[in-house]
Design a protein around this ligand. Sequence first.
Ligand SMILES: [Zn+2]
Length: 130
Amino acid sequence: MTTKVKQIPEEEAEIFVKFLEKLIASIDDKDLEKIQKMVHDMYRGFHSEKRCYKCGVTRSTMYFHKDSSRYDGLCAMCRFCVAEKTAIESEKRREVTKEWREAHEYESKEHKAKSMSRKERREQILKGAK
Ligand SMILES: [Zn+2]
C-alpha cells in the first residue's frame, strides 16, 4: 500500500506553521477544553455506532443529531428519519392550513362584501373633506 502525501511548498508550510503557533498561543484553557471536546466528539462520531429506533439501521453516530436531553446526547432517530419526519409534518401543516382556509373562505368573502373597498373609503373621506 502506498500513501499519497500532498506536498506543500516550503514557504507556505512555514507560514502555516507560524499561523498555528500564533493560534495555539492565543488559546486559553477554556478554549482548549472546548477543542478537546470537539475532537473527542468527532472521534466518537467516527468510531461508534447507534441503531435508529425508526428505521432500525445501525449507523455511525455522525448520522445522529445532538440531543443533550438524552442519556447518550444523541437523537433516537437518525438524520434521515428526522428529515423524513420533518417533511411529512410540514406537508400535514400545509394541508391543515389549506383546509382551514377553504372552510373560512366564505366568511372572508362576506367580510369583504360588508366592508368598504379602498376606493369607496377614499371617496367617503374626500366627501367629508368638502
Ligand atoms: Zn433512521
